[in-house]
Ligand binder design. Structure first.
Ligand SMILES: *Cc1c(COP(=O)(O)O)cnc(C)c1O
Length: 411
């Protein structure tokens, strides 16, 4: 029986390779950090992790995780509602809700699961979900699992319009048009990433919240690329945008700035969380978060509440990189986020440049179609609080050297 699908898969794999879309994984031979070793290679500076606050190898988090491992065991071997809840799980839910400015929170194995859990229980076929066209794959999948009618608005377009999008040649609508068209739906929910990971741009939350209030819709924000460092106290895009209390549901990950292990959360009003505990399938039918992860995440939240030092360092690192790169003559997507897209436009150039930079000891990744639109290829550089100013300067010098060699600079 296997031979049929085997030849089909071999053909598909060959096609993926022929299109240049095959994803190879580099193996890291050290813990995740600013400087890492890739297997079979030498030490490189890592500028492509979501390790925004440098906590992935934090001694503080490691010892908190080790202590939780000792005190609470390796695993729960149960879902939460059968016999998988310990006091640290309850404490983390309380602390995560506080950190996110919400009444309550519910834990998941990942934010992918949180997004798979959040829509289906709350929205039925007589409801509407209105979602940004560039939302993360996990939001898209979560929306697919729910019966609500779906409207997609053009990325970050708030207007009451429908027009042909020159990028895609398809008609696209703005958010306000989608809200008007979905009139009559019992419950409407606007869903958006807080920060969009390809450009590092921030959702227009003040306008989204205004429109939500005008049209009586709920607002759901996935803050995976913001929790821990955006906003004055690092609470996320809602704090950065000054919309505290106006966002109804926040989902986020523990797998990025908060230590980078794994785990996710939905934070919301008390009734929403209480209801999700009864109905959310990835909560009801998947194992409880491991105690060590719970302990490490609790330590991360405590640390971030006690000081803004790490997020301040991340901000100044991102500002330094952006400034030096612009001075050097590179074309950066403007912004404030530690995701810094270095625009090269040409797909092959982005790929070659990333390879050449790795040879110079700078680990970055080129992104090209279909991850970003055709002709918008770039290298996505991600800064971390773990980088030193010297390491950032070294990266910029490598960019300059390679950029000159490949004709990106000095044309
Ligand atoms: C990374 C990411 C996720 C997935 O988070 P995991 O906890 O790794 O599953 C979900 N949404 C967004 C916007 C992300 O960037």
């Amino acid at each position: 029986m296997y031979s049929g699908i085997q030849s089909e898969l071999s053909g598909k794999l060959a096609a993926i390779k022929a299109e240049g879309l095959y994803k190879d994984e580099r193996v890291i031979a050290t813990p995740q950090s600013a400087a890492i070793t890739v297997e079979g290679g030498s030490e490189v500076l890592n500028f492509c992790a979501n390790n925004y606050l440098g906590l992935a190898d934090s001694p503080l988090l490691k010892s908190a995780a080790a202590k939780a491992l000792e005190d609470w065991g390796y695993g729960l071997a149960s879902v939460r509602f059968i016999c998988g809840t310990q006091s640290p799980h309850k404490l983390l839910e309380k602390k995560a809700a506080e950190f996110l400015g919400m009444e309550d929170a519910i834990l998941f194995s990942s934010c992918f699961d949180a997004n798979g859990a959040v829509f289906e229980p709350l929205l039925d076929e007589d409801c509407a979900i209105i979602t940004d066209s560039l939302n993360h794959a996990s939001i898209i999948d979560g929306v697919r699992l729910c019966k609500a009618k779906r409207w997609v608005f053009k990325h970050a377009d708030m207007r009451d319009i429908e027009e042909v999008d020159p990028d895609t040649d398809r008609t696209a609508k703005g958010l306000e048009r989608c809200l008007k068209e979905s009139f009559g739906a019992r419950i409407r929910m606007i869903a958006t990433d807080g920060v969009f990971s390809m450009d590092g741009d921030i959702a227009r939350l003040p306008e989204i919240c205004d429109l939500a209030e005008k049209y009586d819709a709920l607002v759901m924000v996935d803050d995976s690329h913001a929790t821990g460092f955006m906003g004055k106290r690092g609470r996320g895009t809602w704090e950065h945008c000054g919309v505290g209390g106006r966002v109804d549901i926040i989902t986020t990950t523990f797998g990025k700035a908060l230590g980078g292990a794994s785990g996710g959360v939905i934070a919301s009003k008390a009734e929403v969380v209480e209801y999700l505990r009864q109905k959310a399938r990835p909560y009801l039918f998947s194992n409880s978060l491991a105690p060590s992860i719970v302990g490490g995440t609790l330590a991360a939240l405590e640390l971030l509440k006690s000081s803004t030092e790490l997020k301040d360092r991340l901000e100044s690192n991102a500002a330094l990189f952006r400034k030096l790169m612009v001075v050097a003559g590179f074309d950066l997507r403007p912004g404030v986020h530690p995701i810094c897209p270095v625009m090269l436009y040409d797909e092959k150039l982005a790929h070659d440049m990333a390879d050449a930079l790795l040879a110079e000891g700078i680990y970055v990744v080129g992104f090209s179609f279909p991850v970003v639109p055709k002709g918008k290829a770039r290298i996505r550089v991600q800064l971390s609080a773990a980088h030193s100013p010297e390491q950032i300067e070294r990266a910029v010098r490598a960019f300059e050297k390679v950029g000159r060699k490949l004709g990106v600079l000095g044309r």
